[in-house]
Design a protein around this ligand. Structure first.
Ligand code: PLP
Length: 469
């Protein structure tokens, strides 16, 4: 107790700390310096009370204040290095954009554009036409509409086609995506009535058929995205649902979740029906995300029958879930790359990362290991290990692409401590802990980021090494 009180008395007054800061950091505004001085004294007080701080010198307080100042100065939303091996990592921003999309965003947002202006007639135009044509060309759909994200796409589709009426969904497909997207909840908000059929593991065509009544609006299929039902199972295919729907004059809609234009089985991954294939079965409306397997910006894409898409477009909700021009620019540029599949796989980072062969990753892991060996203390264990990456983002949940990582073990630092130090670096490096080692999975590390990892680790070891001895 006495010890804590003595330490608390050592905390300088805010105005004293401010005075020092003014001298040391003259280029910062008075407002920012005051904020930093105040915050720093609060932080050290809390640390002392918690017992995590056992000493306090004027230099130490100043260091805390300078750290606060740096934090206040830099943007809150920052670039990080993704060394987790999860390609579509929702917490790390899902897909990173191809160069072509970045250039389109800059061009369109730095200038005026024909966003809602028809250059032929000189009259008001529609923002939706910019990606409609290319979407139809790529997928064979009759009509297309893009909105803010896939959650919005599902919501507005259900609201337009089924408000006040029943939508039949299998109990095996009532998914929850991370965060707050759950099919039953979205259904309720859309005004549609969920009519669940079948059992968790088995749903038969006759279950759907038995549930049809005069208040049925739609039959719906939902991609299981982030889980799989295995064992004694039965699922009704989209095609079977379409046939059933035709017999009763009911439309079928499918929430594809991720949605992809490329058949990944060609690249040694699991077969996932492409958007084109799903539409070819006769499903009336499909919805999917722009930033999952498609590898573009956050968006929700709705494809399908002309009359349905027209009705969805006219729904007043459409204005609330409207796509913005930067997204449209990025989306159009990304979609255009799909005209040539080879180009798409090379230039769209998400596709490139997912399809990189393990042998390439092994070579890159070896190179990273050799670079690290040169800068890290000799007692640090550095190994190239085989590991499993994840596609992530609720896409291809069962795909487990073989990958290679560099595993780090240090007798001095626990993996948790190293992981935290890397997270605190600039830019932060996000790695994962496995088997008491810190893993850097080469699948999601961009070219050029390997050197960042080497330099950052060298700095951490040098700095912490001094503190240790
Ligand atoms: C991811 C996903 C959504 C939500 O898509 P967002 O683009 O994140 O809004 C909806 N349904 C399914 C099946 C999904 O996988």
């Amino acid at each position: 107790m006495k010890e804590k009180e003595a330490l608390l008395r050592k905390i300088p007054a805010v105005h004293e700390l401010l005075e020092t800061l003014r001298r040391k950091r003259p280029r910062f505004s008075e407002k920012l310096l005051t904020q930093a001085a105040r915050k720093a004294t609060e932080i050290v007080r809390e640390e002392i009370l918690k017992g995590s701080r056992r000493s306090l010198s004027p230099e130490e307080t100043l260091k805390v204040a300078e750290t606060v100042l740096e934090r206040l100065e830099r943007p809150h939303l920052r670039r990080v290095v993704n060394a987790t091996g999860v390609v579509v990592h929702t917490n790390l921003g899902r897909s990173i954009l191809p160069q072509e999309a970045l250039e389109a965003v800059v061009e369109i947002s730095a200038h005026y554009s024909n966003l809602e202006f028809d250059l032929q007639t000189g009259k008001r135009g529609s923002r939706y036409v910019h990606v409609e044509e290319i979407l139809l060309e790529l997928t064979g759909a009759e009509a297309a509409l893009v909105v803010n994200n896939n959650a919005a796409a599902v919501l507005i589709t259900l609201n337009t086609l089924a408000a006040g009426k029943e939508v039949i969904v299998s109990r095996g497909e009532l998914v929850e995506i991370g965060g707050s997207f759950r099919i039953p909840d979205v259904m309720a908000r859309s005004g549609a009535i969920l009519r669940e059929v079948g059992a968790t593991n088995r749903t038969h065509l006759r279950d759907y058929e038995a549930a049809i009544n005069e208040n049925t609006a739609l039959l719906m299929k939902v991609h299981k995205s982030n889980y799989a039902i295995v064992g004694f199972t039965k699922e009704v295919s989209g095609k079977e649902l379409v046939d059933l729907g035709r017999r009763y004059g009911l439309p079928v809609i499918e929430d594809l979740g991720s949605g992809c234009f490329v058949d990944f089985s060609k690249y040694g991954l699991l077969k996932e029906p492409t958007v084109q294939e799903v539409l070819a079965t006769g499903v009336d409306v499909v919805t999917f995300s722009g930033d999952k397997l498609l590898g573009g910006p956050q968006a929700g894409i709705i494809l399908g029958r002309k009359d349905f898409i027209a009705a969805i477009r006219k729904n007043p909700l459409n204005r609330a879930v409207r796509i913005d021009k930067m997204t449209l620019a990025a989306l159009e540029a990304t979609l255009r790359l799909y005209r040539d599949e080879k180009e798409a796989v090379e230039k769209i980072p998400t596709l490139r990362m997912i399809t990189t062969p393990p042998e390439t990753l092994k070579r890159r892991a070896r190179r990273l290991k050799n670079k690290l060996r040169k800068v890290l203390p000799p007692e640090t264990e550095i190994q190239v290990v085989e590991t499993i990456s994840r596609v992530g983002g609720g896409a291809l949940p069962l795909a487990s692409p073989r990958s290679y990582a560099v595993a780090l073990r240090s007798p001095k630092f626990s993996p948790a401590r190293l992981e935290a130090a890397l997270r605190a670096a600039e830019p932060p490096i996000i790695a994962r802990i496995e088997d008491e080692a810190l893993l850097f999975d080469l699948r999601t590390i961009l070219p050029g980021e390997e050197n960042l990892i080497v330099e950052t680790l060298a700095q951490i070891f040098a700095r912490e090494g001094l503190c240790q001895s």
